[in-house]
Design a protein around this ligand. Structure first.
Ligand code: ATP
Ligand code: MG
Length: 335
């Protein structure tokens, strides 16, 4: 099967303006990410705040232009497509925003917001677009009679999130990036929203990239998990492998910070050391070495010098799990 999406060394640099005495600086938000996403698969992308998840997601739907590297959607290199073909391809990749309130025009009713992509991307007539808008609201669990003619500010955060999903579905996309609202939703609303998204993803055979801080979400949402740290992909693999036998110490630490569903299993002692470094000053060698509990506790001085001096290659295991750690095999069996 050809993957729906492939990237090779996809990179995004942001140039930060200088000041009177400061030269402009370059911040590498996403650092040479190589990945594939298959049609219809559900992926969870986790990582701490500032690790580059949103920037990567935006590049994958064509909202942010990469600085370098390549990106193919359905085998086609987006950068080389003519504008019309590029627009058409972009309609197939949609993003549901983290901050749903900023994503809507406050002066447009929900019906009007939903009808725009229906008329432009799917070329429906006004009457067809109106009917389809009602159908979409119904699919995300909101009564069309009640909500079609409301304005965004008249909805709750959870309802706006659902309308955001409906609008993403309006273009009949093949790929959706959902950037999870971190604090906007309460626990029960969040669980419902996750279930709904998973259901729609399965029904429509969509590929879904779900962005979150919470590795626990992967259990319900994902076939596969990807973990980012300071702009780089540090681990990826099938959800059962990554959650039970993480091969990167950073993933182990994230798991240790996630409540364990099995209370008979003691939580692993794998607390992160120190704060996340500045993305303007990524540690050389392994970018995680300054905070790595495995290196601090289980490696000899001589072994650690490899972490300090050389960027680790990706070590791949037979299940498809892979981790960018010099000692991935040892980390994996240490669980
Ligand atoms: N437009 C921009 N200009 C300059 N720097 C940016 C821009 N957008 C993002 N960044 C920087 O790039 C890095 C990655 O940001 P990004 O929003 O992708 O992180 P994230 O993993 O989504 O974080 P969070 O979990 O907090 O949403 C951060 O250091 C951020 O400050
Ligand atoms: Mg983000």
């Amino acid at each position: 099967m050809t993957p729906l999406i492939t990237t090779d060394a996809l990179t995004k640099d942001f140039t930060l303006r200088g000041g009177v005495l400061r030269a402009p600086q370059v911040l590498r938000a996403v650092d040479r990410v190589t990945l594939t996403i298959d049609a219809g698969e559900s992926l969870v992308l986790v990582g701490e705040s500032g690790s580059g998840k949103t920037t990567l997601g935006r590049m994958l739907v064509g909202l942010t232009e990469p600085t370098s590297g390549s990106y193919r959607f359905d085998g086609r290199d987006l950068a080389r497509l003519a504008p019309a073909a590029r627009r058409e391809t972009r309609a197939q990749a949609q993003m549901v925003f983290q901050d749903a309130s900023a994503a809507f025009n406050p002066r447009r009713t929900i019906a009007a917001s939903l009808e725009v992509p229906l008329r432009y991307n799917r070329r429906l007539s006004d009457a067809e677009a109106h009917r389809e808008a009602a159908h979409l609201l119904d699919r995300v669990g909101l009564s069309p009679a009640v909500y079609l003619n409301r304005y965004p500010h008249e909805l709750s955060g959870g309802q706006r999130q659902r309308v955001g999903l409906a609008r993403a579905l309006a273009s009949k996309p093949r790929f959706i990036v959902a950037d999870e609202p971190v604090s906007a939703l309460d626990v029960s609303v969040r669980a419902q929203a996750l279930r709904l998204m998973r259901e729609l993803q399965r029904e429509d055979g969509l590929a879904l990239l779900f962005i979150t801080h919470d590795l626990g979400v992967a259990r319900v949402m994902a076939d596969r998990v990807m973990v980012m740290y300071l702009g780089a992909l540090v681990e990826e693999g099938p959800v059962t492998d990554v959650l039970t036998r993480p091969a990167h110490p950073y993933t182990r630490s994230l798991l240790a910070a996630t409540p364990v569903p099995d209370p008979t299993r003691p939580p692993p002692r794998q607390r992160l050391v120190g704060d996340i470094p500045s993305p303007l000053d990524v540690p050389r060698g392994c970018r995680f070495h300054t905070r790595c509990p495995f290196a601090h506790e289980q490696l000899t001085e001589a072994e650690r010098s490899l972490c300090h001096n050389e960027a680790p290659p990706v070590v791949t295991f037979p299940s498809g799990q892979g981790a960018a750690c010099h000692y991935a095999a040892r980390v994996r069996t240490a669980n």
